[in-house]
Design a protein around this ligand. Structure first.
Ligand code: G6P
Length: 594
């Protein structure tokens, strides 16, 4: 969602803040702004892109400042609602991620005490509260103000006459970047990778006081030690590297991502983590929880676990799970989240932990909140994913699931050995899909004029249909639905016809014949039909209007090759329609509010 940055050092803050904000664009935003401390606090903000802000903003001279990219929740995207927000005197500026849930009552109270609000945001209450409590000690004022605030926040506070920044977090990520005679604060690692790879992760309840030479973290009035981490991502990982879009680069990185994520486990045959810890005595079911694309990885995980381990798996959208009335039984849970910061997913983890569940997190971000509150964490090695639409992080999640399950599986040794061999060959199979890009591009040109599309699959490829449809709607704005092929007759048949193409996803497993029947039914209703099928599948050639072939793999791995083909299809359709592929409207990479 929103991104925040802070800089304090010896260099001019403005260009650094703008550069960091540019690196945060991928999180999604609709307005942005900066505040720099010169003789007083100078603010420049608007409902425009960072690049435009850099062009129109006056030179705000100063070596301390804060910046923000806003994704509107309270109040429309506008100049007044953009951050930073100030108190009445203009001596305190605040950037904020999260939601102040009691902002209405705070506003009422503060207004009655003479504070004048100018925006519709929940955030504006914070600088006014700090102003109310400020009597010369900024960190104490921030601490006092936050005692009145309900909800979630990551904030950075800049105050006139104070050569330091004060930062605090609760349920929203915040890191401190350590430089040489300069320090940084940011909501996300890629924001500061141009300047440093040494970071400290603040924890909920921490207050950081940062000067150019010193970092002090305290909680409940006492100073605490926070470990320094070295980030292994490089700035090149977070750049386009010659590709037109991050999405295309990230799709093409997937053979490498598979190799890195499986890493040494596959070569030495060691389990990624001891899944047995979770499957301990009495555990008869597994709960998989996630949101968005990660939820689709979880759905695929259900098929993998049920086939190779044979225990029932429940898959839940974290956002729904949090409001279900069910009693939480003691069970093992795997939460999947590329960012490690999705608010709904974190809330679910906390609920599970309260009732004594073992929670394993699969995440791409070292030090993320999910990794810190789960019992065990397995990291995907996707590297920074900048495009809002997830691609390589999804494939990396699948790799972790395959390996976790295979290392615990009770399946027959010969079957496991053959799967292991296939797993080792997956990078080259994915490369073959990428090498088929021209055919996919041709298919994209064929589909790009339609406004509605259905994706169908069965079994382990049903979630692939969901993910194919999600990718397409996210980046091309075409209305697309994923359906279990057998469900078409129960409603979506009414939509079939020449204007509604159907993309059918096949695998050579026990669903194949039923899929062919469904495809014939679709053709009989005159919908243009695109099929994703294995090489050598002759039957499909006679039925489909367009066939994208994918390499032959064991059906359990078919979601990998099929999903990569669908990622490219969505990409080229969106490109044909001239969409802002990496940063689709209204979407955010890291959804830190419920
Ligand atoms: C957002 C992102 C998606 C992601 C989803 C879940 O909607 O745009 O790409 O799949 O959040 O995020 P998570 O970080 O929990 O995987």
């Amino acid at each position: 969602m929103c991104g925040i940055v802070g800089y304090i050092g010896e260099r001019q803050a403005q260009p650094i803040l703008l550069n960091c904000l540019g690196r945060l664009e991928y999180r999604g935003y609709d307005s942005c702004g900066i505040a720099v401390l010169s003789s007083g606090i100078e603010v420049y903000k608007d409902a425009i892109r960072v690049e435009a802000l850099a062009k129109v903003a006056p030179q705000l001279g100063g070596t301390v400042g804060v910046g923000h990219t806003r994704w509107a929740t309270h109040g429309e995207p506008s100049q007044l609602n953009a951050h930073p927000h100030c108190d009445c005197s203009g001596n305190i500026a605040v950037v904020h991620n999260g939601v102040v849930t009691n902002s209405q009552s705070l506003k009422k109270q503060l207004t009655s005490e003479g504070h004048n609000f100018v925006s519709e945001t929940d955030t504006e209450a914070i600088p006014h509260l700090i102003e109310k409590y400020y009597d010369g000690n900024l960190e104490e004022a921030v601490e006092a103000a936050l005692r009145d605030v309900d909800g979630s926040y990551a904030i950075i506070v800049l105050a006139a006459g104070e050569p330091r920044l004060v930062a605090a977090r609760k349920d929203s990520p915040l890191i401190i970047g350590i430089g040489d005679r300069e320090n940084f604060i940011a909501s996300d690692v890629p924001a500061i990778l141009d300047y440093t790879n040494r970071v400290i992760y603040l924890e909920d309840g921490d207050i950081g006081v940062i000067t150019k030479d010193n970092i002090k973290v305290r909680r409940n009035g006492t100073e605490v030690d926070r470990k320094e981490h070295e980030i292994l991502w490089s700035i090149e990982d977070a750049q386009k590297g010659g590709y037109e879009h991050f999405m295309l680069k990230e799709i093409h990185e997937q053979p490498r991502v598979i190799r890195d994520t499986l890493g040494e486990w596959v070569s030495i045959g060691e389990p990624a983590v001891d899944l047995a810890v979770m499957m301990r005595t009495g555990l008869e079911a597994l709960l998989l929880l996630a949101c968005g694309t990660s939820y689709h990885a979880a759905l695929i995980g259900k098929y993998i676990v049920e086939e190779l381990v044979g225990i029932p798996v429940r898959v839940e959208l974290a956002s729904e799970f949090n409001y279900s009335g069910q009693t939480l039984v003691k069970t093992g849970a795997i939460v999947i989240t590329q960012s490690g910061e999705t608010a709904d997913t974190l809330k679910a983890v906390k609920r599970l932990k309260e009732v004594g569940c073992q929670v394993l997190a699969i995440t791409n971000v070292v030090g993320s909140t999910a990794s810190r509150i789960a019992d065990q964490t397995v990291y995907t090695r996707a590297g920074p994913e900048i495009c809002v639409a997830a691609t390589k992080s999804f494939i990396a999640q699948l790799m972790v699931l395959y390996w976790l399950v295979m290392s615990y599986s009770k399946a027959e040794a010969r079957r496991l050995a053959s799967l292991l061999t296939e797993l080792r060959h997956l990078p080259s199979k994915v490369q073959q899909v990428l090498d088929n890009e021209d055919t996919i591009l041709e298919c994209a040109n064929y589909l790009s004029r339609y406004e509605n599309m259905l994706f169908i699959g069965r079994g382990i490829n049903f979630p692939v249909a969901l993910e194919g449809a999600l990718k397409l709607k996210e980046i091309s704005y075409i209305h697309a639905e994923g359906y279990a092929a057998g469900e078409l007759k129960h409603g979506p048949f009414a939509l079939l016809g020449g204007d509604t193409p159907v993309v059918a996803i096949l695998a050579h497993d026990n669903t194949y014949e039923a899929m062919l029947t469904n495809i014939k039914e679709v053709k009989a209703r005159k919908s243009p039909l695109v099929a994703l099928a294995e090489e050598g599948d002759e039957a499909i050639g006679e039925l489909a209007d367009f066939v994208i072939t994918v390499p032959r793999v064991d059906a359990i791995f078919s979601p990998v090759v099929n999903s990569v083909a669908l990622q490219l299809l969505a990409y080229y359709i969106a490109k044909q329609r001239d969409c802002p592929i990496d940063f689709p409207r209204n979407l955010a990479k890291s959804v830190t509010v419920e």
